[in-house]
Design a binder for this molecule. Structure first.
Ligand SMILES: NC(=O)c1ccc[n+]([C@@H]2O[C@H](COP(=O)([O-])OP(=O)(O)OC[C@H]3O[C@@H](n4cnc5c(N)ncnc54)[C@H](OP(=O)(O)O)[C@@H]3O)[C@@H](O)[C@H]2O)c1
Length: 275
């Protein structure tokens, strides 16, 4: 059972998950803030695994809608975890690189201390802690910088802007790993098949800044737009972002997973976008 089936990742999960019966839910089917409804849908379907990909993901919006952010991302996740325990289903929860403060300069390991800087990051960090208390064998998949078809994402925004402007200014002081939802969905399916437990970091391999990511997008799309590096200060946004949030892939080999490089993933996304 997938909560968040209409999201960027949820759509990829629905498409990639071929060999099992999968039930995908949107907020209309079950708002995760409604504990009673969440338990009801689980009792109807009796899933073996629950993938919780539903979240309030507008990182800047979370700063001004703090109550909603905690109600969905932390308390909603707790509702799902409690219901999962009641029906005896395993739980996989999607979390974020934004649980870290970005002060490291080498990849974050799963057991590095959390120190979120934004409201969104705090909602995810608190959800992780609550879920691990409630469901000790749950699997927490931290990922970052998602892109894919079927929703708003960074490459899509860059391509739309590049079609209209001769130059684009993009921040060059935040480093992370872009992640194609198709590759992440395939890894998640492997985790469920492999009975994964604990925190696993899962992103495309390699890292870049948003500026370097934008440069690659423009180049691969064959556009002539000039991409210029700027600092985060020059592009003030409500939520602070970590300067460095590369996640270590150290646990992926336990599940026989080697994530493709983000450049390769980007090319596949661009092909998918054109078809
Ligand atoms: N996007 C990123 O860069 C990124 C990075 C790191 C981690 N993550 C995490 O990865 C997961 C998937 O992200 P995404 O980008 O695929 O998300 P997304 O595209 O924003 O989709 C969010 C999904 O959550 C559902 N949802 C929102 N509020 C809900 C509620 N109250 N009750 C039930 N469902 C609700 C939405 O359903 P409706 O369509 O019905 O509203 C939608 O299916 C999330 O947990 C996110 O925090 C994302």
């Amino acid at each position: 059972m997938i909560f968040g089936a209409s999201g960027l990742l949820g759509q990829a999960l629905m498409q990639e998950w071929k060999l099992d019966a999968v039930s995908g839910l949107t907020s209309r089917d079950a708002d995760i803030r409604n504990a009673k409804r969440v338990l009801e849908v689980m009792r109807e379907t009796k899933p073996d695994w629950i993938v919780l990909a539903a979240a309030y993901t507008d990182v800047d919006g979370c700063e001004s809608n703090r109550d909603l952010a905690f109600a969905v991302n932390r308390d909603g996740a707790v509702n799902v975890a409690e219901a999962a325990t009641q029906v005896g289903a395993r739980l996989l929860f999607l979390s974020s690189d934004y649980v870290f403060d970005g002060k490291k300069s080498t990849p974050y390991e799963p057991d590095d201390p959390r120190n979120p800087q934004s409201v969104y990051g705090r909602t995810k960090a608190e959800a992780e802690i609550r879920l691990q208390e409630l469901v000790p064998d749950c699997c927490v998949v931290r990922t970052s910088w998602l892109f894919g078809a079927g929703g708003k994402c960074f490459p899509d925004t860059i391509l739309k802007q590049a079609a209209q402007r001769p130059t684009l200014d993009v921040v060059d002081d935040q480093r992370g790993s872009p992640t194609y939802v198709v590759d992440l969905a395939r890894a998640i399916i492997q985790f469920c098949r492999g009975n994964a437990k604990g925190i696993v970091h899962t992103t495309n391999s390699g890292d870049c800044t948003w500026f370097e990511f934008a440069q690659e997008i423009v180049k691969d799309a064959g556009l002539t737009t000039t991409v210029r590096p700027i600092s985060s200060e020059q592009m003030a946004r409500p939520a602070p972002r970590p300067a460095y949030s590369v996640l270590s892939a150290s646990r992926l080999k336990e599940y026989g997973i080697a994530m493709p490089n983000w450049r390769d993933a980007l090319r596949r996304y661009l092909e998918q976008r054109q078809s």
